[in-house]
Design a protein around this ligand. Structure first.
Ligand code: HEM
Length: 215
């Protein structure tokens, strides 16, 4: 759907097909990397190896899935990098959390494409993805070569901690995308949001993409 057609039909374009495919590749590889990683981390998660072909395949596939996730995530991060730079109006928005939680958006400063929570989570994702890749490579002896044992031990701790932070962050991301901010999910499925959603949650962005439209 072209942006003009979408606008006319009462929808505001937010993500094109390419952006959505990249996002869902990251989401699927994240689930496979997280479940296979948890299975390798502790025996109580061993049942999750059934998602990645049993124990041996889980051990072989986990690092490759991680690399695919990292590459696709970085494509997405490069696209949204600028949109996630924290601005003075975001800090103001963040100081009025009671208005945010109680849905009193008219009391809040106008924000652009993402809110402060989304932006902070974005930078947590960037940092943990880099830490996961770097520590993962140090532990990936059969492919990446041999590192001193002390480095491998440090890498194991960094890998587990960053995975924990990322998994918690993604739980918050999924919760807010599906349940908290109603009307967000269609941005990543259909690619569009309603005029009401855009005006209500992201007024600066709405004016930018509609050229000040008041529909
Ligand atoms: C598996 C379930 C997931 C669902 C249902 C989901 C849903 C969504 C939705 C609806 C948006 C659009 C939000 C908006 O435009 O305001 C979005 C954006 C985004 N998602 Fe996801 N997502 C999922 C997994 C992931 C994963 C695993 C990652 C990364 C590890 C991720 C990274 C992002 C990023 C970076 C954005 C752009 C927003 C920003 O830059 O802050 N998502 N997601």
């Amino acid at each position: 759907m072209s942006s003009q057609v979408a606008m006319k039909s009462g929808e505001v374009p937010r993500y094109n097909a390419n952006e959505r495919v990249v996002h869902w590749v990251v989401a699927i590889t994240f689930i496979l990397a997280a479940t296979s990683g948890l299975a390798l981390f502790h025996p109580s998660f061993w049942f999750l190896t059934s998602l990645t072909g049993g124990g041996t395949w889980t051990r072989i596939l986990h690092p490759f899935i991680g690399v695919v996730m990292f590459v696709f995530f970085m494509v997405m991060a490069a696209r949204y990098w600028k949109d996630n730079i924290i601005q003075p109006y975001d800090r103001e928005w963040g100081k009025r959390l009671s208005d945010v939680i109680n849905n009193r958006d008219h009391n809040l400063p106008e924000i652009d494409k993402y809110n402060l929570g989304q932006k902070q989570l974005f930078w947590v994702m960037v940092a943990t993805m880099i830490l996961l890749l770097a520590s993962g490579i140090v532990m990936w002896r059969d492919v990446a070569g041999t590192f001193p044992i002390v480095m491998v031990r440090i890498a194991a701790v960094v890998h587990a901690l960053s995975a924990f932070v990322l998994i918690m962050g993604i739980i918050v991301h999924i919760y807010s995308a599906i349940f908290w901010v109603k009307g967000s999910l269609r941005a990543m499925t259909r690619g569009t949001v309603s005029h009401g959603w855009a005006k209500h949650h992201h007024p600066l962005w709405y004016r930018r993409v509609t050229g000040g439209g008041t529909k």
